[in-house]
Design a protein around this ligand. Structure first.
Ligand code: ZN
Ligand code: ZN
Length: 303
């Protein structure tokens, strides 16, 4: 996110209708953790593929992470996992027992397992991993998503602006492969549609009348729901796959300000509840093969 700290953006939401102060506090704590560990990633080298390789991958619908080797520091994963669980405990996302278990009993194999599973979207593996622990599956998915965010934020910051997005035609993220968390209809570009990945804070253009999950383009099956808080916020739904994505229509905001996705995504949590009540869900992207190495610690000077 450009020259505007995530925390400042979230602070603007205090007092807004449809969202509690404690939820904003929770999101601020998580965004601090993402920023802290993402900054630690800055010190390391990463071998980014050349433009031809990226173009070829994009043409096949392969996100960057499937053809870019990933190295993760165990030291950082251990520390960030502790911070995430402490935030979960403080905001009652998990119990103190779970947090205690994570601090005392979780080992490197468990951390590697959840990291790999969440990056590849292997929910069966995550379910198996949760069974030997006091975690319920939903909390473990939430925690592992937070665990990989700093690296993906670092990666998207490193490469954004250089990607040939005109070659990307998919509804999932061209960097990390995750499903879109939010979208916008651009005011400046007459309603041109963009999608946003929450996991790596990255935006890409996408067809206007098309479901990002199943690519259905039958407009009779593409509808939208609105809450009664802000008219520019809506949920785009697909009756072919029952997927949904929240969207802001910038043409209705009456403001020239750039959309800050993290803020709008947090502000519109009531729309996630509405979509869920109507039987829609944020569908999983396809399983992806990724080469991940775990390193004890980084010492780039010796390389
Ligand atoms: Zn992403
Ligand atoms: Zn669909």
């Amino acid at each position: 996110m450009s020259n505007f700290r995530r925390e400042d953006a979230l602070s603007l939401l205090y007092g807004e209708e449809g969202i509690s102060d404690s939820y904003i506090d929770y999101k601020i704590v998580l965004s601090r953790i993402t920023e802290k560990y993402s900054e630690l990633c800055q010190a390391r080298r990463i071998a980014l593929p050349g433009p031809d390789v990226i173009m070829e991958g994009f043409g096949k619908g392969a996100p960057l992470v499937t053809f870019t080797p990933i190295s993760l520091s165990m030291k950082e994963l251990r520390a960030s996992f502790r911070d995430i669980l402490a935030a979960f405990r403080d905001h009652r996302v998990c119990t103190a027992d779970v947090c205690e278990w994570a601090r005392e009993e979780s080992d490197d194999n468990f951390l590697k397992g959840i990291t790999e599973s969440v990056i590849t979207f292997d929910l069966h593996a995550l379910k198996d991993l949760s069974e030997a622990t006091p975690f319920d599956q939903t909390t473990l998915i939430l925690a592992s998503r937070e665990l990989v965010k700093p690296f993906f934020h670092f990666l998207s910051g490193k490469i954004s602006g250089t990607l040939p997005l005109e070659h990307w035609r998919e509804g999932y993220c061209p960097i990390c492969g995750d499903a879109p968390g939010f979208g916008r209809f651009s005011k400046e570009e007459e309603g041109k549609r963009y999608l946003w990945c929450e996991r790596c804070d990255f935006e890409w253009p996408f067809q206007r009348i098309c479901c990002p999950f199943c690519k259905n383009s039958d407009h009779k099956k593409l509808k939208f729901l609105t809450g009664n808080v802000r008219e520019e916020l809506r949920v785009d739904t697909c009756e072919a796959c029952n997927g949904y994505v929240k969207t802001i229509d910038e043409r209705k905001t009456g403001s020239e300000a750039e959309t800050i996705y993290l803020k709008e995504n947090t502000a519109s949590v009531y729309l996630d509840i509405l979509a869920d009540e109507k039987g829609f869900s944020r569908l999983l992207p396809p399983f992806q093969e990724v080469a991940i190495s775990f390193i004890d610690d980084f010492d780039d000077k010796k390389k």
